[in-house]
Design a binder for this molecule. Structure first.
Ligand SMILES: Nc1nc2c(c(=O)[nH]1)N[C@H]1C(S)=C(S)[C@@H](COP(=O)(O)O)O[C@H]1N2
Ligand SMILES: [Mo]
Length: 406
C-alpha cells in the first residue's frame, strides 16, 4: 500500500445515495475526495428539484415549491419542499442503520436493524399530507422570524413503511405512556455533537394511528436522502416537524416529550387569540397538533390569461389536518359570493383531496380566483390572515391566483 488511504465504505455509500446511482470504481476514491457530482453547489441538481423551487436558506437547507409545481396528485420528489433544521447526516449505511425504542414508558429497550423492521412487521402505504407549521409565515404582520415560507411548504407523497404502533407494541408500552419523541442522525449547525437540531414527537394516540409510519419508501423508491433516508417517521396531518427524518431512536415518554423544539415557543401558538404583536407568556402557548383546513390552486399558474367567452378550468388540492374537506368553493369577486367546486374523497385518511371547477367570467378585465375549503367540523379557511401568533405558524388564508380575460 502507498500513502494514499482509500475512501471509507460508509462515506462511499452516502455518496452513492446522493448521486443516486452506483459509483463504479468507487473503492478507488481517495479519502477526503468529493466526487464532482456532489461538489456542485447547485441545490436543484443536488436534490433533484425543479428549477422553479425557491431557496429560502442554504444553511440549513430550506427550499419551497410554488403552487403550480404541486399540480401532481402525488407530489414527486422534484417538487417537495425541503426543511432542514441542521445538517444532513453524511455517513449513512443502511446495512448498519438501527432504530432503538427506549424511554421511561418502554417495557423493553429494543434495537432493530432496517432488515428487522422490514421483515418482522407488515408493510403499509399511505398518501400523507405534510405541511410545515410555518408555511405562509411570510404574510404575518408584525413579521415573525424564521423562513419566510409563502405557500410552498406542503407535499403529499406516497409513503411506505411499517406502523409505528406495531414496533412500539413489539417493544412493549407501559400503561403510563403519554408521548413519543424522536431522535435522528442529523447534526447541529454549531457542530456541537451534544446538541440535536430537532427532536419532536406526538401524543400516544397519534403515534398509534394506523397511518403513522416508520417509512423506508417514498413514491415507490427509497426515500431521497434529503427527505430522511433510510428511515423516517411520518405523521400526516400534523405539523411536518413531527415527521422526524433520519430517525434512529424513538423514546416512549411518561410525559410530554421535552426534546429540542418541543419547549418554549417552538411549534406553539397562543392557547387563546391575542392582538398582533402582543407578548405572551410561555405557559400560555399550546403545542400545535392537527393542522388547519387549507387549499391550493395548482392549475393554472397565477397570471394566466384566457380569451373572452372561454371557460377557465381550475384544479388543486385541499386538506384539513386530522379531518376531511367537506366543501370547496371559489370566488371571482374578492370573496363577495362563492360557488362550489367539486372535491374528491381522499385516497386514504390524511391524504390531500383534489378539487376542480369550471369558471366563466362576465367580461374582459382583471380577476382573482380565490378558493376556500371547509372541513368536516364546518370550519372554513379565513379569506385573509388568521390569528396572529409570535412565531408565524398556521397561516391558512385562502389561496388566490390572478387571471386576465382578454
Ligand atoms: N431529523 C429531522 N427531522 C425533521 C427536520 C429536521 O430538521 N431534522 N425538520 C422537520 C420539519 S420542521 C419539517 S417541516 C419537515 C420537512 O420535511 P421535508 O424536508 O421532507 O419536506 O421535516 C421535519 N423533520
Ligand atoms: Mo417545519
Amino acid at each position: 500500500m502507498d500513502r494514499r488511504s482509500f475512501i471509507k465504505k460508509t462515506v462511499l455509500s452516502s455518496f452513492t445515495a446522493l448521486i443516486g446511482t452506483e459509483i463504479i470504481f468507487g473503492s478507488k476514491i481517495i479519502n477526503g475526495y468529493t466526487p464532482l457530482a456532489i461538489q456542485d453547489p447547485n441545490p436543484f441538481k443536488m436534490f433533484n428539484k425543479n428549477k422553479g423551487m425557491v431557496v429560502l436558506n442554504d444553511k440549513p437547507w430550506n427550499i419551497e415549491a410554488q403552487a403550480h409545481l404541486l399540480d401532481d396528485k402525488i407530489t414527486p420528489n422534484s417538487s417537495m419542499f425541503i426543511r432542514n433544521n441542521g445538517r444532513t447526516p453524511e455517513e449513512i449505511n443502511p446495512k448498519t442503520w438501527t432504530l432503538t425504542i427506549d424511554g421511561e414508558s418502554a417495557k423493553n429497550k429494543k434495537t432493530y436493524s432496517l432488515e428487522d423492521l422490514k421483515s418482522k412487521f407488515e408493510h403499509h402505504t399511505y398518501q400523507l399530507t405534510l405541511e410545515c407549521g410555518g408555511n405562509g409565515r411570510g404574510e404575518f404582520d408584525p413579521p415573525a422570524k424564521g423562513n419566510q415560507w409563502t405557500i410552498g411548504a406542503v407535499h403529499c407523497a406516497s409513503w411506505t413503511g411499517v406502523r409505528l404502533r406495531d414496533v412500539l407494541e413489539d417493544a412493549g408500552i407501559k400503561s403510563d405512556a403519554v408521548y413519543i419523541g424522536y431522535h435522528a442522525a442529523d447534526t447541529h449547525l454549531s457542530g456541537d455533537p451534544s446538541k440535536e437540531p430537532i427532536s419532536r414527537g406526538c401524543p400516544m394516540p397519534k403515534a398509534q394511528q394506523d397511518e403513522t409510519l416508520l417509512a423506508f419508501g417514498m413514491n415507490g423508491k427509497d426515500i431521497p436522502l434529503i427527505h430522511g433516508y433510510p428511515l423516517r417517521l411520518v405523521a400526516g396531518g400534523w405539523p411536518a416537524s413531527v415527521s422526524g427524518k433520519w430517525v434512529n431512536r424513538i423514546s416512549i415518554r411518561d410525559k410530554v416529550h421535552d426534546g429540542t423544539k418541543m419547549t418554549g415557543t417552538a411549534y406553539r401558538v397562543p392557547c387563546n387569540p391575542v392582538a398582533p404583536g402582543e407578548k405572551i407568556k410561555d405557559e400560555d402557548m399550546c403545542i400545535i397538533e392537527s393542522m388547519p383546513v387549507k387549499s391550493l390552486i395548482t392549475y393554472p399558474k397565477t397570471g394566466a390569461t384566457i380569451k373572452e367567452g372561454k371557460t377557465l378550468y381550475i384544479r388543486g388540492h385541499a386538506w384539513a389536518g386530522e379531518l376531511e374537506v367537506s366543501k370547496m368553493e371559489y370566488s371571482i369577486d374578492f370573496g363577495s359570493t362563492w360557488s362550489n367546486c367539486s372535491v374528491e374523497k381522499p385516497s386514504n385518511r390524511l391524504a390531500w383531496q383534489h378539487f376542480s371547477a369550471s369558471i366563466n367570467f362576465p367580461k374582459k378585465g382583471y380577476y382573482e380566483v380565490w378558493v376556500r375549503a371547509t372541513d368536516t367540523n364546518s370550519v372554513a379557511q379565513p379569506m385573509l390572515l388568521p390569528g396572529w401568533n409570535p412565531k408565524g405558524y398556521l397561516n391558512n388564508a385562502c389561496h388566490r391566483i390572478a387571471i386576465k380575460v382578454i
